[in-house]
Design a protein around this ligand. Sequence first.
Ligand code: HEC
Length: 193
Amino acid sequence: MAEYDETVVSEHDGIQELDNQLPRWWVWLFVFSIIFAVLYFSWYHVLGLGRGQEKRYHDMVAQAEAAQAARQSEMMANLDLGTPSRLDEVLAEGKDIYLANCASCHHSTGRGLIGPNLTDAYWIHGPNFEDTMHVIAKGVLEKGMQAWENSLSLRQRHAVASYIYSIRGSEPPDPRAPEGELVENSDDPNYNL
Ligand code: HEC
C-alpha cells in the first residue's frame, strides 16, 4: 500500500479529491491515544485505582486534620491548669459547665444575678486566675456560692475558670452593680501567649 496514492477520487470545478492514505505514524498515534484514553478512564474513574487530584486532596486534608487533632490532644495533655486556656475545646467545655452550673446565679452572660458580675473589673476575692480557681473550688459558703471541688474535677474547674476569664470585659447589658475592689489590668501575663 503506497503511502501517497495519487488516485483521483473525484473532481469538481477543477478541485481534485485524492485518495491519500493517512501516514502510518499518525494512525498509530490515533489508535494509541484511544487505548490510552480507555485505560486512563478506567484506571482513574472506573476502577478508582489511580490517586487523582480529588483523592490526593482528600488524603491531604485527612492528613492535616489528623496532625491538628494530634496537636490539640498534645496541648490538652500538657494543659497548664494554673493559667487560663484559650483552646477552643477548653472554652467550649467551660461554657457548657458554666451554663449548666453557674448561670443561675451569675447569669448566662456573666453579668451577675444573685452572684456578682464576672465580666467587670471589680473583684471580691481577687482578680488573678488562681483566685478564681480557688473561689470555684472552695466556694463562699456563707454567701451562697457553693464549693465545686467535689462535683467538678480540677480539669473541669480549669475549663470553667478559663471560660469566665474569656468573657472578662465583654460588657453584657444590664450588669449587676460592681462589688469588691476595682482591679485594672488584671489579666494573667501568660494569657495572651
Ligand atoms: C447559688 C448561687 C451561685 C452559683 C450556682 C454559683 N455562684 Fe459564684 N458566687 C455566688 C455568690 C453569691 C458570690 C459572691 C461571694 C461573696 O460575696 O463573697 C459568688 C462569687 C463567685 C466568684 C468570685 C467573684 C469575685 O468578685 O471575686 C467567682 C469567680 C464565681 N462565683 C464563679 C462561679 C462559677 C464558675 C460557678 C459555677 C461553677 C458559680 N460561681 C456558681 C453565687 C453562686
